[in-house]
Design a protein around this ligand. Structure first.
Ligand code: ATP
Ligand code: MG
Length: 184
């Protein structure tokens, strides 16, 4: 099962890289994307005893993007928060409008990540604790995929962590203008 996940992940990574120059154009509502991810990961959250909170403005919060790829991004971020930060018992997902941007943040109250690891997390196969990640079924490609999808969307990935307090992963995307949203 690990091997087939690894191959799937490598294939998606190269597919995303192949399309890196093509910015996805569909009009996507982030509230619906995150609601989907939250429902999909609800069982894992319950299994780990972690509450998943979701705070968002009045929908829709539209961006131009690829729905499946955006689901992939937030699935990995929320799954990571549950797997590595679940000890904190709570994961908070929030969508905020900031000027012309939509910012999605995924925050956990787990052990956090030491500063020397933070810049390396999006490298292929990079894992802070290889044994722990392997136990969780991880291949270490999740954040590499996240980074490439966000880049293809001309967005920004931010990682902030305080060891002992938890981590926040955020994705900034430029929001479609309200006028454009009304026209659709
Ligand atoms: P996969 O995503 O393929 O299942 P993975 O989760 O191990 O595997 P990434 O998603 O790329 O791979 O994450 C890389 C590493 O970053 C993880 O192995 C873990 O060590 C660390 N990490 C990621 N998110 C967190 C978090 N919220 N708290 C603490 N460490 C984290
Ligand atoms: Mg992961």
């Amino acid at each position: 099962r690990r091997m087939s996940r690894l191959i799937d992940d490598l294939l998606s990574l190269s597919r995303i890289e192949l399309n890196a120059h093509l910015r996805p154009e569909a009009e996507i509502d982030l509230v619906s994307v995150i609601s989907h991810v939250r429902d999909a990961l609800g069982p894992l959250g319950r299994e780990r005893g972690v509450e998943i909170a979701f705070d968002h403005p009045q929908p829709p919060v539209n961006v131009r993007g690829d729905r499946d790829e955006l689901i992939r991004v937030f699935e990995n971020l929320v799954e990571n928060a549950l797997k590595y930060g679940g000890a904190g018992g709570r994961v908070e997902i929030a969508i905020a409008r900031e000027g012309g941007d939509a910012v999605v943040s995924v925050r956990d109250y787990g052990p956090g990540i030491a500063p020397e690891h933070v810049p390396r997390l999006t490298e292929r196969f990079y894992r802070v604790d290889t044994a722990h990640s392997r136990e969780q079924g991880g291949t270490g490609l999740g954040l590499a995929i996240v980074k490439h999808i966000v880049a293809r969307h001309r967005g920004k990935l931010g990682i902030e962590s305080v060891p002992g307090e938890g981590s926040t992963f955020s994705v900034r995307l430029s929001a479609s203008s309200p006028a454009a949203q009304k026209d659709k």
